[in-house]
Design a protein around this ligand. Structure first.
Ligand SMILES: [Zn+2]
Length: 155
């Protein structure tokens, strides 16, 4: 039982480190299953050690909370990725995850057109990039070319 607790903890760590599956729903479900597996392991261990009863109820009641917590932690991890400059990433996977999250933001803002929240986040991300970017070949160095006279806006 200790082994399953350790392995589920390790799986969770791997999950948050690499955030596998670029489809948000799949990733969320996968993470939730790992979380519940870990939660069951904790309960099984406690039951084994202290001989307490009613652990099925505890597992069922606790599961929605575990799912919520996985979702919260996943968002926190993704926010952290978004605030990290691309040069500071240790792995390509972090970089990919940042790109995927950014794409998701763009989809989100297209779906709820006029949603200022996502729009501000996207603009903030681009502005931040322009402050830090030193590459002359990057498209942000020629921002004037991106200006669209017809819509009177960038991009
Ligand atoms: Zn740039």
């Amino acid at each position: 039982m200790l082994i399953s607790l350790v392995s589920s903890g390790y799986f969770l760590y791997q999950y948050f480190k690499f955030l596998p599956y670029y489809n948000s729903t799949v990733s969320q479900v996968f993470g939730s299953m790992l979380g519940i597996y870990c939660w069951i392991s904790v309960n099984a261990l406690l039951t084994g050690l202290y001989d307490v009863s009613g652990s099925i109820v505890v597992i069922l009641v606790g599961s929605p909370f575990v799912v919520w917590m996985i979702k919260y932690l996943r968002n926190m991890r993704r926010d952290w990725l978004m605030y990290t400059p691309i040069d500071s990433f240790a792995t390509d996977i972090d970089c990919l995850n940042q790109i995927m999250t950014f794409q998701e933001w763009i989809h989100e803002s297209q779906k709820n057109y006029g949603s200022q929240d996502t729009e501000i986040r996207i603009k903030g991300f681009i502005n931040q990039h322009m402050l830090e970017c030193e590459s002359l070949e990057c498209v942000c160095a020629r921002i004037g070319e991106l200006y669209d006279n017809q819509t009177d806006s960038y991009l």
